[in-house]
Design a protein around this ligand. Structure first.
Ligand SMILES: Nc1nc2c(ncn2[C@@H]2O[C@H](COP(=O)(O)OP(=O)(O)OP(=O)(O)O)[C@@H](O)[C@H]2O)c(=O)[nH]1
Length: 847
């Protein structure tokens, strides 16, 4: 290649000089151009930069020094060598030229040889400088590239994904990052030297095909999920993004490889969590349902039977309430383990929610197998559970449905099993029930009843009936309890036990409860304004009314609306509803009490209340549950409970009302034991408002025999009528009220009716003998003095009775009249002494 001819710019204001210099340089192979002034020179240089400038020092306008200064100050022109040409010989002019940046000087007239020499040398020097700066530039570029490469490597190595660059031409890796080495267990060099096919067990042809497809894709990325083999033979699951990139005359396949083991594991765990119950690890309702659906599909094809067991723990809430949720949780865990052991491997056990579990049984037998498993579950629960140091026994109620007998639809089967479980609960729990068509009909009837109840609320089909309560101190009506009745169109009056549980269950009780409060207040106001006057009305409130409603505000509103004083309204709530939400209930009750509203605890004795617990509630009354009143005159246990409740109420300064009193015996017994009020059929059945008005206008006169301790009442019990007469004769002169009974049963009735103090009883009686009778009397009427008369020589049973405290004295027949009379007199004295002592103790202040 021919070297480029250097281009020299001659700047001089004298044409002669310019021509001369051009002539001198031409033969040496230089190209020349010229400028007649400094301004012209600067303009020319800005267009084409010359390789060298011959610059006249003295010029009009911009002189040589100024031109040199301008050029050297500009980085684009600073490298152009300048030879200053001057006629001046003085030193100061040369220095000014050098200061301005000129490299050389030539003196006019110019010597040809000197000119060539200077020009050549300067051009050489310039070329040398250019090379140096070029190589410095190259060096800089290489350094920058190295830094860039290093940065790229570092970035690649710092990437969590493996990055592998594959040459299409050589089918070898040309670059891999540290993550790739760590992921696969190979060093960089090992990866460079091996075939990529070894990593995913493809063959070279497959790999080539893959690369060709990528190249055809252009700039698009392809994603695939695959498994790579590590150096140690283990496998790693990966997502690979691949892209082909042009590189000179080759293609580089860039593969970004992500280890998805952790993600797959997280997906698996998430899937497990979504389908399993975290507490017991059993399939949850969703998976249980899906499994049942699949099982049914297979069963329909293969004519198998499928049984669904719906299992609900009995009284599980009590475990939570008494021992806490942690213990409840532990019970659910241990229960699920026992349940799983009752099923076979092919069966499915799941937790449907709360304390509800399900089992799917598949097989030929259906009903039989289901009964066996239900029995096994019942048996597995017999052994108590040890829960955080507490021994707890539980049972379960189980409902069973069978495909194809009951249904082949998963939803329906579960629903029917639930219905059957409910029946098992109703049958007393700890048992199982198969679903029957009747249950279905009942369930539908239940639904029907529910919608009828909703209509009843909207159409105000409810009425209140009123049952009076009698004050035992004076026999007057103390107040009434308002009882809800449903006048169902086309049906008549529906008994409360047929609809109140459903009102509770559906939550409708809150709306109905509000209606009851308003209706009771309206009725009180109506009576107040009439001749009837003030009547205390008690209404029942459900626990849900405390939770779902602002009960205090609601009652305040009703009292105000009807202008009723709070004192005439009483709320009855059960122990169980008080226990449910203690703090809120106490708060609301305190507010109500401050309005004068009376509070009584209904069905007392059936819940779990303790004395200390009761003290926290602002209550006025306890209502003893009917269950204890029914046999209060014959059952020592019931009598003991009733007496204990009355004495507890006394100590807490609460009034006591007995529910369900049906006869005179119960009335007298309760009266003698200081019960304040009674309610029950013996007083009156529940009445309509109109009937009650009549009753209040003309109150019943009840026979309330006077409790007079001055009277001395002696009860003589003997099945032999002659003996009875003889004994009555013996005491006729002693001034006692003598009662005679021919049997133990008669004796109980008389004891309930009268304030008997001393009992004389024959030992040998048909039915209940004297020993048993007096033993029961000891518990029913512990204050009585009991004397046994016996014609038998066997003293053992009598001694036993004396030792147990049932018998105070014993006499054998025939008796000595005087001795017997003396002893009976002593017995009455003993009775009086005991009563005086008990009264003195009662008078002591409470500890
Ligand atoms: N500890 C605990 N309790 C739960 C859990 N899930 C629900 N419960 C409670 O389980 C109880 C279920 O009560 P129910 O089945 O309605 O009533 P029950 O006391 O078992 O009475 P019956 O079923 O009528 O015999 C409720 O008190 C729930 O608060 C749980 O995961 N852990």
């Amino acid at each position: 290649m021919k070297p480029r001819q250097p281009n020299i710019l001659i700047v001089d204001d004298e044409l002669q000089n310019r021509r001369l210099l051009a002539v001198l340089l031409g033969p040496e192979g230089y190209l020349t151009s010229s400028a007649a002034s400094g301004e012209e020179a600067l303009a020319a240089i800005s267009t084409v930069a010359p390789d060298l400038i011959l610059l006249d020092l003295m010029m009009p306008g911009i002189d040589g020094c100024a031109v040199a200064s301008i050029l050297k100050a500009n980085p684009a022109t600073a490298h152009i060598p300048i030879i200053m040409v001057t006629a001046l010989v003085d030193r100061s002019a040369r220095l000014a030229g050098l200061d301005a940046g000129a490299e050389e000087f030539l003196t006019k007239p110019v010597d040809r040889a000197e000119l060539w020499l200077r020009v050549r040398n300067l051009l050489r020097l310039k070329a040398l400088g250019a090379i140096e700066s070029h190589s410095a530039e190259l060096e800089q570029q290489v350094q920058a590239r190295t830094v860039e490469l290093q940065r790229f490597r570092t970035a690649m190595d710092a990437t969590a994904d493996a990055i592998m660059l594959l040459s299409h031409k050589t089918m070898r890796f040309v670059e891999v990052n540290a993550t790739a080495c760590a992921m696969l267990g190979y060093s960089r060099d090992e990866l460079f030297s091996m075939s990529p096919c070894a990593l995913d067990e493809t063959d070279p042809q497959q790999l080539a095909g893959l690369c060709d497809a990528l190249i055809a894709l252009g700039t698009d990325t392809a994603l695939s999920t695959s498994e790579l083999v590590r150096k140690d033979g283990t496998r790693v699951q990966v997502d690979i993004h691949r892209q082909a990139m042009r590189s000179d005359n080759d293609w580089i396949i860039v593969a970004v490889v992500r280890d998805i083991t952790a993600r797959n594991e997280a997906d698996r765990r998430l899937h497990h969590l979504a389908h399993h119950d975290p507490l017991t690890a059993l399939p949850n309702r969703m998976l249980f349902y899906a499994t049942l659906k699949k099982t049914l599909e297979v069963a329909i094809d293969s004519r198998w039977k499928v049984a669904v067991l719906f299992i609900d723990l009995d009284h599980f809430k009590a475990v939570n309430d008494t021992l806490g949720h942690m213990v409840g949780d532990e019970l659910l865990i241990q229960f699920s383990e026992r349940l799983t052991q009752c099923a076979r491997i092919r069966d499915t056990v799941g937790r449907l929610g709360g304390d509800e579990f399900g089992v799917i049984l598949v097989g030929q037998e259906g009903q039989q197998a289901a009964a066996v498993v239900a029995g096994k579950i019942g048996a597995a629960l017999r052994a108590p559970f040890l829960l955080h140091g507490h021994e707890v026994s539980v049972s379960a109620s189980i409902g069973i449905t069978i495909h194809p007998d009951d249904s082949s639809d998963p939803d329906t089967l579960i629903k029917y099993a639930d219905t059957a479980m409910y029946r098992a609960k109703q049958a007393g729990r700890d048992t199982y029930r198969f679903f029957t068509a009747q249950m279905n009909a009942d369930a539908l009837a239940q639904l029907d009843l529910e919608s009828a109840l909703r209509r009843a609320i909207d159409q105000e089909q409810f009425v209140l009936h009123y049952q009076p309560k009698l004050q035992l101190s004076d026999g007057r009506i103390a107040g009434v309890e308002a009882l809800l009745r449903w006048q169902r169109p086309g049906v008549g009056l529906v008994p409360p036990n047929e609809f109140i549980p459903l009102l509770e269950e559906t939550g409708l009780i809150v709306r109905v409860g509000s209606w009851v409060i308003a209706a009771a207040c309206r009725q009180i106001a109506e009576w107040l304004a009439s001749s009837v006057g003030a009547v205390h009305v008690a209404v029942n409130v459900s626990g849900r009314q405390f939770i779902d409603n602002d009960l205090d505000a609601e009652i305040a509103l009703a009292l105000e609306k009807y202008g009723v004083p709070g004192e005439l309204l009483e709320l009855e709530l059960t122990e169980t509803s008080m226990m449910a939400n203690t703090e809120r209930t106490i708060d609301i009750l305190c507010k109500l009490k401050s309005r004068g509203v009376q509070i009584s605890v209904d069905d007392f004795g059936t819940g779990y209340s303790s004395l200390s617990y009761l003290r926290r509630f602002p209550i006025n009354k306890l209502k003893i549950d009917i269950a204890f009143i029914r046999e209060v005159t014959t059952s020592p246990d019931d009598a003991a409970i009733v007496r204990a409740i009355i004495s507890m109420a006394r100590s807490l300064k609460l009034e006591v009302v007995a529910e369900g009193v049906e006869n005179e015996m119960q009335l007298n017994y309760l009266r003698r034991h200081q019960c304040d009020e009674i309610q029950g059929f013996y007083v009156s059945r529940p009445l309509t408002a109109a009937a009650l008005r009549e009753l209040l206008a003309c109150p019943p006169v009840l026979n309330l025999s006077e409790g007079n301790f001055a009277r001395q009442v002696l009860l003589i019990v003997d099945d032999d009528a002659l003996m009875l007469d003889m004994l009555a004769d013996v005491f006729s002169a002693d001034g006692y009220d003598i009662l005679t009974a021919h049997s133990a049963a008669d004796g109980f009735d008389l004891l309930a009716l009268h304030d008997v103090q001393v009992i004389l009883c024959d030992q040998q009686m048909p039915g209940m003998n004297g020993n048993v009778f007096l033993d029961i009397v000891r518990e029913l009427h512990p204050e009585t003095i009991r004397i046994m008369l016996s014609g038998q020589s066997d003293l053992l049973p009598i001694m036993g009775a004396i030792n147990q405290g049932a018998v105070y004295r014993f006499y054998s027949k025939p008796w000595d009249n005087k001795l017997l009379r003396d002893n009976v007199r002593a017995a009455f004295q003993h009775y009086r002494a005991m009563q005086a002592m008990a009264a003195a103790q009662r008078a002591l202040p409470l500890p």
